[in-house]
Design a binder for this molecule. Structure first.
Ligand code: F6P
Length: 341
């Protein structure tokens, strides 16, 4: 079999573990050929191919990013995109495609599958918001990075009697904010799932500083918004790819806290630091397991599915069931973050 392999959307630590597992297992166990596409779905459209072999995957487990490169291009949203994908796959005599991506790239995968191409998806995103799987590759590393940052901010916040507002990634779901907030002992966690009331945030901080502390840590997911009708009720301005271009949530929250309490307040936006660096063992293992499961799925003739973690087990779920959906943080996890504040 000639298997096409691509990584699309934002990069995450752990992608190279996926690539390594696919190449090793497909070639070593079954004798298949792996054709890599550089730069996600755009690489397929452009016919930007590279044959992958053992030499390409040597010592890549600890390396962040993706050796195949990535891109946010979606063929179904561009005229002639799907036709160009099919044409390249035919020209390269590709039997099936393994597509590693977040919600956007996997949605594109489901559209490509509708044209008759055999596709297996693998979920990756630091946001952990892909529907149908308990975990996506990259999330664990991002929570580690964010937690370490919160730990570091604690000491400087306490020394200077400051309110530290930390912005973490998460446009549609607050998985990083809630998990790193709990792990780092944040006083307040603001997530997109529960629009916040800035009056309440200010009251909580003022009360805490009067009663027993002189500093606070506020974790804000980039997609957090104020409750409708309250100050900060309007969402930040978004760019063409959904990125926040003006008025980041954390800056607006910090400005309100500073002006209403008079406390010395600082903002730290962690940004792409959360996507860089070496993957944790958990992400290396998850990526490796998903890579093996994707190859096995193709071997068994299962296509148009995504590998997923359900509890301790890796299973396959239909791509069409998860495409276009966002997995949000459940109420009990949001509650834990709130009551522990
Ligand atoms: O891929 C998910 C993500 O990391 C989001 O959390 C973040 O909002 C976005 O990507 C940033 O995108 P870009 O790398 O294109 O700036």
């Amino acid at each position: 079999m000639r298997i096409g392999l691509l990584t699309g959307g934002g990069d995450v630590p752990g992608l190279n573990a996926v690539i390594r597992a696919v190449v090793k297992h497909a070639m070593g166990t079954y004798g298949h050929t792996i054709v890599g596409f550089r730069g996600g779905w755009r690489g397929v459209v452009d016919g930007n191919v590279v044959q992958l072999g053992r030499q390409d995957i040597r010592n890549v487990l600890p390396v962040g990013g993706t050796l195949l490169g990535t891109d946010r291009y979606h063929p179904h949203r561009n005229e002639g995109g799907l036709e160009a994908v099919v044409a390249t796959l035919e020209a390269e005599r590709i039997d099936a495609v393994i597509c590693v991506g977040g919600d956007g790239t996997l949605h594109a995968a489901s559209k490509v599958a509708e044209t008759g191409v055999k596709v297996v998806g693998i979920p990756k995103t630091i946001d952990n918001d892909v529907e149908g799987t308990d975990l996506s590759v990259g999330f664990h590393t991002a929570v580690n990075v964010a937690t370490e940052a919160i730990d570091r901010l604690h000491t400087t916040a306490e020394s200077h009697n400051r309110v530290m507002v930390v912005e973490v990634m998460g446009r549609h779901a607050g998985w990083i904010a809630v998990n790193a907030g709990i792990a780092g002992g944040a006083e307040i966690v603001l997530a997109p799932e529960e629009p916040f009331d800035i009056e309440q945030v200010v009251k909580t901080i003022a009360h805490r500083h009067r009663a027993h502390a002189s500093f606070s840590i506020v974790v804000v997911a980039e997609g957090a918004v104020g409750r409708e009708g309250t100050a900060l009720g309007a969402a930040a301005e978004l760019g063409p790819q959904g990125q926040i271009v003006a008025g980041s949530a954390s800056e607006r929250v910090a400005a309100e806290i500073a002006s209403r309490t008079g406390f010395d307040t600082r903002v730290t936006i962690l940004g792409h630091v959360q996507r860089g660096g070496s993957p944790t063992p958990t992400d290396r293992i998850l990526g490796s397991r998903f890579g093996v499961a994707a190859v096995d799925a193709l071997q068994e003739g299962r296509t148009d599915v995504m590998t997923a973690l359900h509890g301790e087990r890796v299973v396959l779920v239909p791509l069409e069931e998860i495409a276009g959906k966002v997995k949000t943080v459940p109420a009990d996890l949001l509650r834990a973050a709130k009551v522990l504040a």
